[in-house]
Design a protein around this ligand. Structure first.
Ligand code: FE
Ligand code: ZN
Length: 484
């Protein structure tokens, strides 16, 4: 059997039909081994075309650069609106917007060990409930009650390491106790993840010989999400207003496009910004040398002036990031009232993370602080593959699975970073690159930035990918990418 046949056979095993170009694409990327990742991403389609796997804009990036020639420079927004013969289609619809998760709650946390214990216990219980809902884990027992022989249990992972023979050794902990686990399969597990294991327990050795690791993961989404209204959501992040490296010309071009009500802009009904709205002050050493606006309130005022140019039928939804005025530890509350009052009525301020629904689509927005740790901890990751790290978040059902210095957590009695409810769209930012992927039907968008490379990033040899806007059309359930 040649490679093409092998790939086709493998696809058929998963009940999938694909265009010949898709088969070639799979062969180029490793053949049969690569089928699994195609199945994960596109399996729900049943029939996969080349267009499905190559986002339309990928091969035509030059054409997707928007040239706004139709908007006269001198006219104000008001004039343009009055002179328009017809309203953009998005103006004809009402907003359907509902907040589903708000982590702005004012819970008391002293930072004591007890507070952290409650936070981790909440994480454990929520994820355990997801795992034990699976048929194969229904008989899971708590660690203290494990009998000799075949067992299933759920715990939080500690002390993961490789033995000299290449096996995976780790400890699992639940509220009743701890147990050592040994696994010889090929799997990546990170500390603090909550996982299920199935295997043989030896009481005398105090060890589970793990046969299977069961992750909470998410189910395939088979629902038809496409909505009647032909409207779109524009998704961006990391504007960094106030920085000398803020790309004002490209940003203004984007705003102008929104105002033009043409070339796709006529469908935009929502604009989402995933944090780092302004550059802030004192975020990193010598930041003031790279600041255009030295006062953080003035930075927000400048952003508010920009957003006033956004047509008033577009709702703007914003969460904070690590450069914003709220506390750095996660979850971060929504921006305070004194900042909010600078903005007009179209603006919606939510926490980081947050979840909300737009016309029935569930969006989860997370600034992305944990991406800095995941890129180091998951082998083979880099910032151009942020969608892979977002995939990992969904597999472990947590936005910041590893607790450590990079993501300071607020020890609240509730873990807001658990992905309890599966979103239709997961959005992050923070790392200033752009990536788009699909995992089991969930759109994964790592939104781009409006800041060019800073000196710090130059030193770290980090190359941002600014000025890209992800546009999710809710009627087609499809993501387009526009570059400004
Ligand atoms: Fe940023
Ligand atoms: Zn950030």
């Amino acid at each position: 059997m040649n490679e093409r046949e092998a790939v086709i056979n493998e696809l058929l095993k998963h009940d999938i039909i694909a265009d010949p170009e898709v088969v070639s694409y799979i062969i180029e990327r490793g053949g049969v081994k690569y089928v699994r990742s195609i199945v994960e991403k596109y399996g729900h389609l049943g029939y996969i075309t080349y267009e499905d796997i190559i986002p339309r804009t990928e091969g035509e990036s030059t054409q997707s650069v928007v040239q706004v020639v139709s908007v006269p420079e001198v006219k104000g927004v008001q004039d343009e609106e009055k002179s328009a013969f017809s309203e953009p289609i998005a103006a004809e619809y009402d907003w359907e917007f509902e907040v589903l998760l708000d982590a702005s709650v004012n819970m008391k946390a002293s930072g004591s060990a007890d507070d952290f214990r409650r936070l981790f216990e909440d994480r454990y219980i929520k994820i355990r409930n997801i795992i034990t809902a699976r048929m194969s884990m229904r008989n899971a027992r708590s660690i203290v009650n494990l009998p000799d022989g075949d067992v299933a249990t759920v715990g939080m992972v500690y002390d993961v390491r490789r033995t000299s023979t290449g096996k995976l050794m780790f400890e699992l902990e639940d509220p009743t106790g701890r147990v050592r686990c040994l696994y010889s399969g090929d799997e990546i597990i990170l500390n603090d993840e909550v996982i299920g294991v199935r295997g043989r327990y030896s009481k005398s050795k105090g060890l589970i010989f793990v046969k299977e690791i069961v992750r909470p993961d998410i189910p395939y989404s088979r629902k038809r999400r496409n909505i009647e209204e032909d409207i779109s959501v524009a998704i961006i992040s990391d504007v960094h207003v106030g920085s000398t490296t803020f790309l004002d010309k490209r940003w203004e071009k984007f705003l102008k496009w929104l105002r033009s009500g043409k070339d796709g802009a006529e469908k935009i009904k929502y604009l989402l910004i995933a944090g780092d709205l302004v550059d802030g002050i004192g975020v990193y050493p010598k930041q003031e040398e790279e600041l255009e606006i030295l006062d953080i309130f003035e930075q927000y005022e400048a952003l508010a002036r920009y957003l006033e140019e956004v047509p008033d039928y577009i709702k703007v939804v914003m969460i904070p990031g690590n450069h914003d005025i709220v506390r750095n530890a996660e979850p971060q509350p929504a921006l305070p009232g004194e900042i909010r009052k600078l903005f007009n009525g179209n603006a919606e301020f939510l926490s980081n993370p947050t979840m909300f629904s737009i016309h029935g689509y569930k969006f989860m927005l997370y600034h992305g602080g944990s991406l800095n740790s995941l890129v180091e901890l998951i082998p083979g990751m880099d910032y151009e593959m942020t969608d892979k790290m977002m995939e990992y978040m969904l597999k472990v059902r947590h936005l910041a699975p590893v607790y450590g210095d990079k993501v300071p957590l607020v020890p609240l009695p509730r873990d807001f970073l658990v992905i309890e409810d599966v979103p239709d769209v997961l959005v992050t930012g923070h790392v200033h690159t752009f990536s788009y992927g699909i995992y089991k039907g969930v759109h994964l968008i790592n939104a781009s930035t409006w800041q060019e490379q800073t000196k710090y990033q130059k030193m770290m040899n980090f190359n941002p990918d600014p000025g890209k806007v992800a546009i999710l059309n809710l009627h087609e359930d499809r993501v387009y990418i526009k570059e400004f």
